[in-house]
Design a protein around this ligand. Structure first.
Ligand SMILES: [Zn+2]
Length: 473
């Protein structure tokens, strides 16, 4: 056969495979939604104040789904220690099968724990009662990230439907149980299970799409630094009528200090916090206004292209203040005020460097010689994907075929610190940050939801990727 004949055969074979997988994903969708609904009914909040037996129950439910695939050599539920201590992290599911015949191994990550639901009255339907309205499935975890779990499971189901169970691709399914509470045992987990987790390609299905009809590959994530800043000016409280005007109260000193963190336009004014440069899709101010619910007459902050402010530049937010409440306010000079600062760090800048810059700024801008103590510091590195690898090209092709649209390479303003740990532990693996969310998913908020069309296309994308990696020598 001529080489163009071979190409024709290869193209025809590829099209046949794509069509077969599409059919299998469509046929399996009702079961995928039903299994997802079952997971959503388990309130697997991984925060300390919540019942962790529900996280264990959720891990068992995920393990049962993994076993049901009958493609893994080993399916276990594992807990790793936190730090050097005896306390264990929340249970994760690890399911593995070895690659054969020189085929690659792919690690599929998602997490089965969820954020707390918040107030029931803010939900249109109960948070743990999965409910379909229109094109969307509502419920806590319906998107973040139980849909990520089910995208992996459903993609493998479609693969089995089309190729049978005797395929050569190696697969490690890793479903974490404490992502929403800071992945505290993650580093130890990677160390303990490094052989079962080792892979050529890592898919992290815990991010966003551009919109409900346009896929995205996440190629940049900001890091984060949070800290408590306590400003103290007086040894004790005093009547504001007696000394007000002659000595600074802590609120005044804290407000003056905080105001030095931003320029007049709201951009960050801290020396040593860097910015990254990238290419940005068009994102008009009107869209920002609508998506962020920015009130009429209130201006956006920062400078440069809007997406550069969210994806590539630092941001600083005051997320909490401990001060006398309005209800308890008396005519008193407050001696001490605590503030929680949350900073987003540009991808490419180590979080530790950003933290040092922030601490230096606070120390050198404190007014009136007030005492400033920084503690309760937490940090996570951001991440920039190397987009030159073959896995990125395969993933973008799979997205284009599944969605009928080229994917956007996007940044994400939020942080997924564990990705930096994955990259550090498995430096030769190519990392693909995908997801099942869209801008209306409202992860972490009331009325979280999954767009069912996005769900179907995300499953097909991954099924195509698995099948093509299985054919890759
Ligand atoms: Zn998540």
């Amino acid at each position: 056969m001529t080489s163009s004949g071979e190409n024709l055969t290869a193209t025809a074979e590829r099209e046949r495979l794509t069509a077969a997988l599409r059919e299998a994903v469509d046929a399996g969708l009702p079961a995928s939604i039903s299994d997802l609904s079952h997971l959503v009914r388990i309130p697997s909040v991984s925060w300390a104040a919540f019942d962790d037996s529900r996280v264990a129950q959720s891990a068992e439910a995920v393990a049962a789904l993994a076993r049901g695939l009958e493609v893994f050599e080993q399916v276990t539920v594992e807990r790793a220690p936190i730090g050097d201590g005896g306390e264990l992290g929340q249970p994760a599911v690890l399911a593995t099968r070895a690659a054969r015949n020189g085929r690659p191994t792919i690690l599929l990550y998602a997490h089965h724990d969820v954020q707390p639901p918040g107030r029931d009255e803010d939900w249109r339907s109960a948070p743990y009662e999965p409910t379909v309205r229109g094109d969307r499935l509502y419920g806590r975890g319906a998107a973040d990230d139980k849909a990520g779990v089910m995208a992996h499971v459903s993609a493998i189901r479609a693969l089995v439907e089309v190729l049978g169970r005797d395929f050569d691709l190696g697969i490690s399914l890793f479903i974490e149980g404490e992502e929403e509470s800071g992945s505290r045992s993650f580093a130890n987990f990677l160390e303990l299970h490094r052989e079962r987790l080792a892979a050529d390609v890592i898919v992290v299905a815990d991010s966003d799409n551009w919109d409900e009809t346009t896929p995205a590959l996440t190629v940049g994530l900001r890091g984060n630094v949070t800290m408590r800043v306590t400003v103290t000016t007086l040894g004790h409280a005093s009547h504001s009528g007696m000394f007000g005007g002659a000595v600074p109260d802590a609120a005044m000193a804290a407000i003056r200090l905080l105001s030095t963190l931003w320029n007049e336009d709201g951009s960050v004014a801290v020396d040593g916090l860097t910015a990254d440069a990238a290419e940005y899709p068009d994102y008009p101010e009107s869209q920002l206004r609508e998506e962020a619910a920015l009130l009429d007459g209130v201006s956006p902050i920062g400078d440069g292209e809007i997406l550069s402010r969210i994806w590539s530049k630092p941001a600083i937010t005051v997320t909490g203040i401990d001060a006398p409440s309005v209800a308890n306010a008396s005519n008193t000079l407050a001696p001490s005020i605590s503030v929680k600062l949350s900073a987003r760090v540009a991808p490419g800048q180590p979080a530790a460097e950003a933290r040092a810059a922030l601490e230096e700024h606070l120390a050198t801008h404190v007014p009136f010689g007030a005492r400033v103590v920084v503690d309760d510091v937490d940090e996570g590195d951001g991440f920039l994907v190397d987009t030159s690898g073959w896995a990125v090209a395969e993933a973008e092709r799979a997205m284009a075929d599944a969605w009928g649209r080229r994917p956007v390479e996007m940044g994400v303003g939020g942080s997924i610190p564990f990705i930096a740990e994955l990259v550090e532990r498995f430096p030769s693996a190519q990392i693909l940050v995908t997801g099942v969310e869209d801008p209306d998913s409202r992860a972490h908020s009331p009325n979280e939801s999954l767009h069912l069309g996005v769900f179907r296309r995300a499953i097909l994308t991954e099924a195509l990727l698995l099948a093509r990696l299985d054919a890759r020598s």
